[in-house]
Design a protein around this ligand. Structure first.
Ligand SMILES: Cc1cc2nc3c(=O)[nH]c(=O)nc-3n(C[C@H](O)[C@H](O)[C@H](O)COP(=O)(O)OP(=O)(O)OC[C@H]3O[C@@H](n4cnc5c(N)ncnc54)[C@H](O)[C@@H]3O)c2cc1C
Length: 609
């Protein structure tokens, strides 16, 4: 049976020693943060994840969800676990206090989310998507929705979904066919089919609030392949009247659930909207002037806000799956005996040494740890930037740009590496990882979806290269380069950080060079941008994590002498930092060469061939 232990020591290092969050009292919600409270929240959440959620992970995967006559049942134990989760207040942890939430800052709720995803990704997706849906209502819902619906989502009494995908379109939402027609009373009637809706139907809660995008037909009743027609709606499974009274069953029905590779205990549903009552969320779109071209309507902005939050959440799933997979692989590698250490037997009294003596096994384990802890620091840094955005600090505009720039990197790079690490963890088990009993193959299957949903990773890379790099004359990447450069200059004389200096300098040079190449070629030939995008995103991911490792190495060096009782923890940090510098940063030059290879070869082969 696999295990999970909440990585509380690393959380304490990150929050208290590295980011020193309790000192940042000017940030919204941070004034009430003290070390003890933060540690208590994380320890309690960790205990819940270890004792309640993780034991249901393997059984939930084996049993899966059940679908019968439109009703979906989650696996044994999920209902009870969900009730305990909601009663303990975990569902509304980051939600505003005025709606019953605990209003814990994003830097803490992000780590709680990571623990739930490590312990049981299928389970964790139900409340995580609910909170993403709820955040859209908090941001742009009508007052009656905030009064009567939001508090019940925050308490976990009701859950929520995000409904975008249709059978013929997941990426290209211009093509969607679901339509919503306005009624005399200001509500809409919605018809159409959405597919692949996570948590679209289940037995965990009394009501499900679907956040749906659909098209409002033009005055002739036509639906065009045009983003400006797309608007954002709320469609409850059971109608909620504007005075909060319970209404009848709404016309939204589950047509079936998917049989899939992983996250088998999370119901992935076909949802049929049959003249369902819907409420528009966000301002009513002005009719387009003749000849006017719009890329999207106001309604889409609410949806994009929700999706950006969800993308960061999916990036955290990448960290989470790598964390739990490597925890198990490390234990196994210490127990499994095969062969001898290359420099001579370590345990001569035993028939063989544990496989952890093998450099290649250590490479795989260290790869996972260096990714997990480096990526976690980048995720917390981004959550901190989001908090700064809402503060009075002069750097808030830069913080906003950096959070925006990091969103596709976190979504795609972290989920790519998360899958890579789950796969490496499985490799450490040999054949015993490929069979079901040890549970490590489930991490590979569960982690694979993270690269696909919430915008496939290739599409994230296009978002980075096609939209985010060039905004405001490239202000965001320039801000990032300046910060990294500034760190390198400040620490140029620090001998203890010398091992970071050249890898970071070369990595940054590769990133700047690739950015310059894209600025020159991407506009002239969009295929060059498309061909470069995935490698460019990985390049940026490696450099940002590398910069974070250099910063963490600096703190670890300082703490090593200040806090010798914890010396082994800081020495491990330095080992991980060295790993990233020696084994990941050199990839930057290759990635730059790939970016600059252009698109000619990719575009040369005949599509039919
Ligand atoms: C288990 C599961 C849960 C899901 N949960 C939800 C949910 O809760 N809500 C929801 O709305 N959807 C959900 N989805 C749907 C998911 O978001 C889509 O599957 C995903 O966005 C890709 O859309 P698609 O499958 O239509 O692929 P397509 O759009 O057909 O794309 C196929 C592939 O083509 C490539 N591609 C397409 N367009 C581009 C482009 N412009 N640039 C570069 N490459 C491109 C990408 O590699 C992509 O993977 C879920 C899917 C699954 C499997």
């Amino acid at each position: 049976m696999p295990i999970y232990r909440a990585p509380l020591e690393d959380y304490r290092f990150l929050l208290h020693e590295f980011f020193e969050v309790t000192r940042q009292t000017d940030l919204p919600g941070f004034a009430a943060l003290d070390t003890e409270t933060v540690d208590d929240v994380l320890a309690n959440a960790g205990k819940f994840c270890e004792e309640v959620l993780q034991p249901l992970n393997q059984s939930g995967d084996a049993e899966g969800c059940h679908f019968e006559n439109g009703v979906v049942r989650t696996p044994k134990g999920f209902r009870e676990a969900y009730r305990s989760f909601a009663e303990a207040g975990w569902s509304g942890l980051g939600a505003p206090a005025m709606y019953g939430g605990s209003e814990v800052p994003g830097i803490v709720s992000l780590l709680v989310n990571e623990m739930t995803q490590s312990a049981n990704q299928s389970f964790a997706m139900y409340p995580a998507l609910s909170m993403a849906a709820c955040s859209a209502l908090v941001a742009s819902g009508a007052p009656w929705m905030k009064e009567h619906i939001v508090p019940r989502m925050v308490s976990g009494e009701w859950t929520g979904t995000m409904c975008l995908t249709e059978p013929h379109c997941g990426t290209d939402l211009r093509l969607m066919k679901t339509r919503a027609v306005e009624q005399d009373d200001g509500t809409y009637r919605m018809s159409g089919t959405k597919i692949f809706i996570s948590g679209g139907e289940h037995d965990l809660a009394d009501n499900i609030i679907h956040m749906v995008i659909a098209k409002i037909p033009d005055e002739t009743g036509k639906i065009r392949d045009d983003l400006s027609m797309v608007n954002f709606f709320m469609v409850p499974k059971y109608v909620v009247k504007e005075d909060g009274a319970a209404g009848p069953r709404n016309g939204v029905f589950c047509g079936g659930i998917e049989h899939k590779m992983g996250i088998r205990a999370n119901a992935t549903c076909v949802l049929n909207f049959e003249d369902a009552v819907a409420w528009r969320v966000g301002p009513k779109p002005e009719p387009a002037q003749s000849g006017e071209k719009r890329s999207s309507s106001e309604g889409m902005k609410g949806m994009f806000g929700m999706m950006n939050a969800a993308r960061l959440g999916v990036g955290v799933q990448g960290i989470a799956i790598a964390e739990v997979a490597q925890q198990n692989a490390r234990i196994y590698a210490n127990e499994r005996r095969a062969g001898r250490a290359l420099t001579g037997a370590k345990d001569p009294d035993k028939s063989a040494d544990p496989i952890i003596v093998q450099p290649d096994v250590r490479r795989m384990l260290l790869h996972c740890r260096a990714f997990v802890e480096g990526a976690r620091a980048v995720a917390v840094w981004t959550a901190l930037n989001m908090a700064i955005t809402h503060s009075g600090r002069p750097e808030r505009a830069t913080a906003d740009m950096l959070a925006d720039l990091m969103t596709p990197v976190i979504k795609a790079f972290f989920t790519d590496l998360g899958f890579e690490c789950a796969n490496m963890a499985m490799q450490c088990y040999g054949g015993h990882g490929y069979v079901r009993d040890n549970g490590v193959e489930q991490f590979v299957r569960d982690g694979r979806i993270n690269q696909i949903y919430e915008g496939a990773n290739g599409v994230q890379a296009m978002d980075l290269v096609g939209r985010k790099l060039g905004r405001k004359g490239g202000a965001a990447p320039l801000a990032l380069f300046n910060i990294i450069n500034g760190f390198m200059e400040e620490n140029a004389g620090d001998d203890a950080l010398a091992f970071c200096a050249k890898p970071l300098r070369d990595g940054l040079a590769a990133l700047q060079g690739a950015t310059f190449w894209l600025a020159q070629h991407g506009m002239a030939n969009p295929n060059d941008a498309g061909a470069a995008a995935v490698d460019y995103l990985r390049l940026m991911g490696i450099v940002v994590v590398g910069w974070m490792w250099a910063r963490m190495a600096k703190v670890a060096n300082a703490k090593l002498s200040a806090n010798p009782a914890n010396a082994s923890f800081y020495r491990e940090k330095l080992t991980s930092a060295r790993y990233w510098m020696e084994r990941m940063m050199p990839e930057c030059a290759t990635l730059r060469a790939r970016v600059e290879a252009g698109s000619a070869t990719l575009m040369a082969f005949e599509s039919e061939s």
